[in-house]
Design a protein around this ligand. Structure first.
Ligand SMILES: [Zn+2]
Length: 236
């Protein structure tokens, strides 16, 4: 029974909460994977924030796996079709950058993101679309770019092979969502006891409300007490 912990939305725009999430993990002896956004919302290009990049590089040197997490993360300039609205309903507040992208458009953004990261000596080992939303074409584009390791809401993916894995996640956007996500996370303690691989997906916003922040710590503690943390690479 294993556990995979990751920090989503690693960007200088969310510098402080990202570091706090890291510290929560480090205090428990775990090294989470970091899902890095090359240019959050088109306004936070990593290359303009050398101090943050140095922090990410230092975490990678400590063993943190890096994964490319979209290019800008949001859907600005990308109109949704009706089928996209259905897929994303209730899942994300227009933060599903890859939701609408075909293979060529996905390849273009993945290529640009890889170039930016590699130019900064950051070496991603996989690709995770923002909000876990992408068309199969998007995952194919990542594969074409040499990143077969990926994941969606229900599974970790190694190319066409999918390993089912439930994921705990929270929302700190407002008291109602924060409390609701804490209740759901607590219910999943029983629900997922039998899952071979469980993922805990931490987001900077989780710390935005005390209810979700407390729940994150509680779930980390009790899952770590009964499961061994693993890395993406060890699963591949
Ligand atoms: Zn994200």
């Amino acid at each position: 029974m294993t556990l995979l912990v990751s920090i989503h939305d690693v960007t200088p725009a969310l510098d402080q909460p990202v570091r706090r999430l890291w510290d929560l993990c480090a205090a428990r002896g775990i090294t989470p994977a970091l899902l890095v956004i090359p240019d959050w919302h088109g306004a936070w290009a990593l290359d303009a924030h050398p101090e943050f990049v140095a922090w990410v590089r230092a975490r990678a040197a400590e063993g943190a796996e890096l994964l490319l997490h979209g290019y800008r993360h949001d859907e600005v300039g990308l109109p949704r079709a009706l089928r996209d609205e259905w897929r994303a309903w209730g899942r994300t507040d227009r933060e599903g950058e890859f939701l609408t992208l075909d293979r060529a458009a996905a390849a273009e953004r993945i290529g640009r993101g890889l170039e930016l990261l590699r130019g900064l000596d950051l070496a991603p080992i996989g690709f995770v679309p923002p909000a876990w939303l992408a068309r199969e074409d998007g995952f194919r584009a990542a594969r074409d770019a040499g990143l077969p390791l990926s994941e969606d809401e229900a599974a970790v993916r190694f190319g066409p092979r999918r390993v089912p894995s439930p994921a705990l996640r929270w929302s700190g956007r407002g008291a109602l969502r924060a409390r609701g996500s804490a209740v759901v996370a607590a219910a999943r303690w029983r629900l997922h006891q039998g899952a071979a691989l469980l993922r805990i997906a931490l987001h900077p916003g989780d710390l935005g409300h005390p209810a979700s922040a407390r729940s994150v710590e509680r779930e980390l503690d009790r899952w770590l007490a009964v499961r061994a943390p693993v890395t993406y690479s060890s699963l591949a």
